[in-house]
Design a binder for this molecule. Structure first.
Ligand code: CTP
Ligand code: CA
Length: 226
């Protein structure tokens, strides 16, 4: 099928996408992570490239086919992702933070495999840096898109994140709904914007959802340029 000819809406723009879970090491054989698959972020990267963007994809995921025409920047932990994004954000016109970044990481990483002991084990965790929040505080910040995966109170949490992180758009999904989970190929998202409006999308493939999200981003950027 054909892609529509015409000028591509993102040509000349650089889009940085973060995708998938982070991996926080406990010892050489164990880690803390989450159920994010990276599929939504990979779909966003591929569709952004199809729309003409130069794409940087920061991710820990290595079991998905990397989209053609994208530069993959490997980052496993929240700390590595922070440095990867902060090292490249100045190149980006748009940053889409679809990665599920760990909020906590072990205070200490054991360099040898931990051996079990009698009784309970307490792992001490410390807070990670909030990458999106820090980007939002930069005077030269690009257009910022955050994600919010929630199980309840979707709108309140999404709007709170938009304020706290100074994001231009928050894409929220209720991961407890059928068809909106992490691992599947579909998603049900609501796009929240700074003007207080929202757009609820139906059940879509992650690629269709990605195209809708990118179109919404293009619309907002055009509005801002007028
Ligand atoms: N995010 C980030 N760095 C972190 C945590 C989150 O950049 N250390 C980004 C995510 O990539 C996402 C957005 O912030 O785009 C919202 O993430 P989320 O986990 O939903 O928000 P939190 O502020 O961590 O709130 P909570 O987990 O308590 O709901
Ligand atoms: Ca979080």
């Amino acid at each position: 099928f054909f892609s529509g000819g015409g000028p591509k809406p993102l040509s000349g723009k650089t889009v940085l996408v973060t995708a998938g879970p982070t991996i926080e090491k406990i010892d050489p054989v164990r880690f803390l992570s989450n159920r994010s698959s990276g599929k939504m972020g990979f779909a966003l990267a591929e569709e952004a490239a199809n729309m003409g963007a130069n794409v940087l994809l920061v991710t820990s995921v290595d079991n998905l086919t990397p989209p053609a025409e994208t530069e993959i920047i490997k980052a496993e932990s929240a700390e590595e992702m922070y440095h990867a994004v902060m090292g490249r954000y100045k190149e980006a016109d748009i940053i889409i933070k679809s990665a599920a970044v760990a909020d906590y990481t072990p205070v200490r990483v054991f360099d040898k495999k931990m051996k079990k002991q009698p009784g309970n084990l307490t792992l001490e965790l410390k807070r990670t840096k909030d990458i999106l929040k820090e980007l939002g505080e930069r005077p030269d910040k690009p257009f910022l898109v955050g994600f919010a995966a929630e199980t309840d109170n979707l709108e309140n949490y999404a709007r709170d994140k938009m304020e706290r992180k100074r994001a231009d758009i928050i894409v929220a999904n209720d991961v407890s709904r059928e068809g909106a989970g992490f691992a599947g190929d579909t998603n049900i998202v609501t796009i929240f914007k700074r003007d207080g409006s929202k757009r609820e999308l139906p059940l879509l493939s992650k690629h269709e959802a990605a195209r809708e999200i990118l179109r919404e981003i293009c619309r907002e950027i055009e509005k801002g340029e007028k």
